[in-house]
Write a protein that binds this ligand. Sequence first.
Ligand SMILES: [Zn+2]
Length: 257
Amino acid sequence: MKLELLANTVEGRAVTGRQHFTCFVIDDCIAIDAGSLANSTTSRQKERIRDVVLTHAHLDHIAGLPLFIDDLFDVLETPVRIHGTSEVIEILENDIFNWRVYPKFSELENRNGPVLRYVEIVPGSKFKVGHLELEAINVNHKVPAVGFIVSDGDSVIALTGDTAEMDEFWTRVNALDRLDGLLIECAFPDRMKELAEVSHHLTPQLLKVELGKFKREGCPVLVVNLKPMYKRETAEEIAALGIPSVRLLIVGEEYEF
Ligand SMILES: [Zn+2]
């Protein structure tokens, strides 16, 4: 399984430093979250990505979705399928694709038919998306949010999405037969613990507590979702934890699991 965190802006494939948005692309054809889906996908990815799986509906995870569908409106032969919980679908329909913020693509068709289709995912259950099997697990964010276990039938990875402390996710992940990688968030430095708690995110010290619940010796842990303004500080604190299996996920790099 190949995974890449798309850079926010790409200039001739050179990656810029600021990373506000989250959008992972797996095997060039399935997106998990859609922050930079419109502006950072290659033309090949634009041709192939028709499934977008969402952890939650915060702006940094969905910002690229309206423009991605807009860009492809005329050429879509099948709708873009947006996989999300009922809460996420409701937010998209009421607050984004509502004609006021952006066109209601769920009501529009091109010459081939619908351009957007919602597929509801239910936390705690498994579902297929293309060649992948996913399982959504409730995590602990300010809004309804899920993490995912993702398998291509060979390798298995787990992503927390945005979250604060959690238990259900660890119970499920610790019970897996196989796990090749964990992606976990860490948004703020330790001095901003209060804001992290209010907004339901992790700091390096809180990350350490969470990783204490993770019972997969040696499994690579890739840290994501560091707020760009505090990235260096947060990264230094993560490094100071001294956990050998933990490193930052590098934006724009391809990871093979
Ligand atoms: Zn969020």
